[in-house]
Design a protein around this ligand. Structure first.
Ligand code: GRF
Length: 217
């Protein structure tokens, strides 16, 4: 087998998406391997998940730095000394400067709990309910300087049901997140998700050939 893509995951919290990535990459035939997990929040549960999977962890607390640039310089130094080729943001709750984003251009991906470009930012499930959309979902995309923007790799749609509250809808979306993040990582690691301008071209990736209607007719 050719060498696996070396991945660094940046986290801030519970790390359920990290867990999905760890589980997928735990298979030695997966084309990516997670070589480091870095949290900006000391004691984040995600760190325990990584340790359990035998993946080295680091905590780089943004509060210990005088600003975003020095904090991000420490992140990049830690990622590069671990040999990271691709950065996965997985619930990493810091805005990133254009300098950091440019450094990792087309080498950094993120998961967001909405069907981008709808509902960028926080509280996506509440806002989807308030807007009355019939489908909601999640997106894995390459990271660009604008928040929650960048070429889309994979999306999953889930139905919004009549009696949903934000928790019920969020749980449905989270389940979909855990499916699409490993899928997107695989496509990137296999070289099947190629950035072309502001879009991603997928090669040999398969895909559904039908539309969905909510409510079903
Ligand atoms: C997820 O909903 C992800 O889409 C968003 O932050 C949340 C992180 O959850 N960016 P977890 O830490 O992966 O459980």
């Amino acid at each position: 087998m050719t060498s696996r893509l070396k991945v660094g995951v940046l986290v801030s919290g519970r790390g359920s998406n990290l867990q999905a990535l760890l589980d997928a990459c735990g298979d030695p035939s997966h084309p990516a391997e997670i070589v480091t997990v870095i949290s900006n929040v000391p004691g984040a549960y995600a760190l325990e998940r990584a340790a359990k999977a035998g993946v080295p962890t680091q905590t780089i607390d943004h509060k210990g730095f005088s600003g975003r640039e020095p904090f991000e310089a420490a992140l990049t130094a830690a990622l590069e000394s671990a040999g990271v080729q691709l950065v996965c943001l997985a619930g990493f709750m810091r805005l990133l400067t254009p300098g950091f984003v440019t450094h990792w251009h087309d080498r950094m991906i993120n998961i967001h709990p909405s069907l981008l470009p709808s509902f960028k930012g926080l509280h996506t499930h509440e806002r989807a309910l308030a807007a009355g959309v019939r489908f909601h979902g999640c997106t894995v995309h390459y990271v660009r300087a604008d928040m929650d923007a960048g070429p889309i790799i994979v999306q999953a749609a889930v139905p919004v049901l009549a009696d949903d509250d934000a928790d019920a809808l969020g749980a449905r979306v989270l389940e979909a997140e855990h499916r699409i993040y490993p899928l997107a990582l695989r496509l990137v690691a296999e070289g099947k998700a190629v950035v072309d301008g502001e879009r991603v071209l997928l090669r040999d990736a398969g895909g559904p050939d039908h539309s969905l209607v909510n409510p079903l007719d």
